[in-house]
Design a protein around this ligand. Sequence first.
Ligand code: F0G
Length: 365
Amino acid sequence: ELKDQSGIWRFRDLLPILKDEANIVTLREGNTPLYELPRAARSIGVERVYAKHQGMNPTGSFKDAGMTTALSVAHERGFSWVACASTGNTSAAMAAYAARAGMRSLVLIPEGKIAWGKLSQSLDYGALTCQLRTDFDGCVRVLAEVVRRAPVFLLNSVNPYRVEGQKTPAFEIAESLDWQLPDHLIVPGGNLANCSALGKGFLEMKLLGLTDRVPRISVIQAEGANPLYRSMQENGGKELTPVEADTRASAIRIGNPASWRKAVRILEATGGWVEQVNEAEIALAKAEIGAEGIGCEPASAVTLAGLKKLVAQGHVQPSESVVLLLTGHTLKDSDYTIRYHRGDLLTEEEIAPLRPEIESTRRNT
Ligand code: F0G
């Protein structure tokens, strides 16, 4: 059976969410690869750098791990509609899993602000897809009104059943490394669900006695969408002031992250850091991940860009091992990649500080 091949449901004993396994909605997600990035390791000067590629899930992003769990709960409870606001990946995953379960889905996305590949998925899987003339944070506000008035199951990342599925990559990372947990895990920071969910996964492994040590979890944000970074700088994560978000890494163009309190707790519990990276640093890191034969979408590449900074600051030591969480597949936003190589993605001003590196990674088209 397909559910027996799912990388998420093989951890069902640690996912106490369903009454009846017959309700599992799966596309055979999880069991994603952990790749070594030897060139990145050598050029940055860190012994071992790995990429846990969550973009290798059925709909091409990490969202599938949480959608299989949350959709299964929605199905078990007899909902006929599910809904989310999204920068594109949540909506793609939700639409696919809802279709498998025979449920309808409502997607609210910011008009003109998500990658085409993601929009096309939502249509392909049959979601009622509404583009709103606002940003992601505006879509979240509209969705809150919708769920107040209609019996729809809300699938944004505050949904606790999504967190359960999204914690399982922590177990897979441990397995892949023969239970020698990495010293560092670096995740992109948008709505801050990955930080929270993976932190939960690792801390539960410790509670269960499966490990005596957890990796430091660090979060990297785009400079133009950096509310957590600012909050840590200004008040140590006690308050978070929403920002007007803007970055070409459209997946993480989020100014008011839902899970920031949980993320701050995970940062404190594991001893990680928050960094920000600029548009040129993100684009360069994405090209470098591509050149290793791996590839990822722009939001995922903040992890490698951030690792460079954490090493420069002495937070990551040369002898340590690092896992980067790659959240989305390179084909999600091919427009970005083509523009980088064609030379019209970044402005001259953005390129200037990194010109030699950027020029050496650009393929002429
Ligand atoms: N990377 C990708 C590819 C994403 O799609 C997202 C979020 C993130 C990183 C940020 O993750 O919330 O764990 O900090 N995408 C959401 C969406 C918002 O609607 O698809 P986070």
